[in-house]
Design a protein around this ligand. Sequence first.
Ligand code: SAM
Length: 223
Amino acid sequence: MRSKQPDPYTLPFILDGVRIEPRILPLVPEISLFLMQDEYPDERLQQVDYQRLMEAPPYWAFCWGGGQALARWILDHPDLVRGRSVVDFGAGSGVAGIAAAKAGADQVLCVDIDGDALVACNRNAQLNEVSVQTARVMAPAPGDLLLAADVCYEDKGFSGVVNHLLAGGDVIVAESRLRDLSERFPQLRLASHYQVRTLPDLDESENYDLVHIFCAYQDPKKP
Ligand SMILES: C[S@@+](CC[C@H](N)C(=O)[O-])C[C@H]1O[C@@H](n2cnc3c(N)ncnc32)[C@H](O)[C@@H]1O
């Protein structure tokens, strides 16, 4: 008898009472994602479950301000990705990679250390009728365009971006937490900003609603 393989498109279970359903992104209505519903965080969750959720958050079940802003920037500037090989680093739901695929990227690789996030990336790509590849670690070629939305708060996230820049690659970074990336790495030029909250709303400080887009391209004529 053949053993049953896990379905790569079945979304991971989080907790009883936590519903994951398709949601349209207000800033990016071209994209829908499987995300948690608004009633989370919910006092109906048992304290022990709530704590477990907070200790190992399913990042992929939220769309962070950075991801929404980066998706908006890409869909409004499709020339940046058209025909290119794109890596969405710290992909979570895969929102930035899905935007790149929709905007005409040749191929998209969604990278996340969380295996559940990779399942969500595939499922969300399917929902948006695009295709992406997934991987837990990244080894981008210098010609790849690296997208990094709300992942530079981790040292490893920031060093992934810097290493790609040092290898001569292009990057677009969106950050709701860090404002000083241009000071930390002057090649990262501030290109734009958006006012947007994580979906569903995590009730975080309004300081995180202002998301900055930083870009570094080998071609100085790009926006
Ligand atoms: C705050 S979430 C942002 C998700 C998505 N980019 C967005 O904007 O909605 C950060 C994501 O980065 C992933 N991550 C953190 N460190 C990583 C690393 N070193 N390599 C790959 N992924 C990483 C986490 O698992 C998580 O899914």
